[in-house]
Design a binder for this molecule. Structure first.
Ligand code: SAM
Length: 284
């Protein structure tokens, strides 16, 4: 396990994942009944973008910094409200100022959750888990686990609330991660078919991504939306990523269709930047 998210926090792929996660949580809040957020590969919770790791790659400069950093143009009116849950959570974490702290998925979830909602944050790396425990300490809504993410997924489903969002965000450092993602989803859906699932994937190998999406489409799952963001076409670094959203809340499709083209334009590092939103299966 060499992957450490501190080197990548706040990059364009985090922006995509966290914008969509925030929108999903806002949808879940439309009903008064509590829900659960399950984060199978949670990371450390909060990242300091002024620290060495972030400085070494500078990836956040092409992500959150392009979006709302000191040199960024004001956000257009038609997307501001869609980015507000995500950006307001970042501002709260930084005491309202533009700050060096960036929320990972478990911290972002807690920022948006209500007192009765619950979070399970699972992280296998011992050092990252220790940091995550410190970060979550004192918040009774959060429980930290240290299992393998795929085991955690089976162990915690279905959630008592029978409502919730499950983020599966593996590091893709080992071969076979697309297969594990597809198998993990199938096992999870057997236990909890009505959850909203968010599966993150890198787009480096178009054939592998195509095979993954075909496999999901043939599995007979309910509605699945593939939301993909490309910021450029360089081959020497990750420039495209996607999220499968299974059981997207009503209206999420329209929201991502409105906000993704803006993200592609704002975060573009070169030619080829684009956003795509496609149904893998409409569940009909
Ligand atoms: N979800 C986080 C966020 O959005 O802020 C980022 C997670 S990062 C992409 C992937 C995390 O998975 C890393 O922190 C890594 O240590 C952890 N990890 C690696 N292998 C794992 C496994 N088998 N089970 C659980 N976590 C694992």
């Amino acid at each position: 396990m060499n992957y450490r998210h501190a080197f990548h926090a706040g990059n364009f792929a985090d922006v995509l994942k966290h914008v969509v996660l925030a929108l999903v949580i806002e949808h879940l809040k439309l009903k008064p009944t509590p829900f659960r957020v399950i984060d199978t590969h949670a990371g450390v919770g909060v990242y300091d973008l002024s620290a060495d790791e972030a400085a070494r790659t500078g990836e956040w400069r092409d992500g959150i910094d392009r979006l709302v950093g000191a040199d960024a143009a004001p956000l257009p009116e038609d997307v501001r409200h869609l980015l507000a849950p995500y950006l307001d959570a970042i501002a709260r974490l930084n005491g309202g100022a533009q700050g060096p702290l960036y929320p990972g998925s478990p911290r972002l979830a807690l920022e948006l959750m209500r007192p009765g909602d619950r979070l399970i944050a699972n992280e296998l790396h011992p050092l990252d888990r220790a940091q995550l425990e410190v970060e979550m300490r004192g918040d009774r809504r959060a429980k930290v686990l240290g299992l393998d993410g795929w085991q955690a997924l089976r162990a915690v489903l279905p959630p008592r609330e029978r409502r919730g969002v499950i983020l599966v965000d593996p590091p893709f450092e080992e071969p076979g991660e697309f297969e594990r993602l597809a198998q993990g989803l199938a096992a999870a859906v057997d236990r909890f078919a009505t959850g909203v699932y968010l599966l993150w994937y890198p787009i480096k190998d178009a054939a592998a991504v195509g095979a993954f999406k075909r496999r999901l489409a043939m599995a007979g799952h309910a509605k699945m939306l593939a939301v993909e963001l490309r910021v450029g076409e360089r081959a020497d670094r990750l420039e495209a990523a996607g999220l499968i959203v299974m059981n997207p809340p009503f209206r999420l499709e329209g929201e991502v269709r409105a906000v993704l083209p803006f993200l592609a334009e704002r975060l573009a590092t070169g030619p080829g930047a684009a956003a795509t939103v496609t149904w893998l299966s409409s569940g009909q």
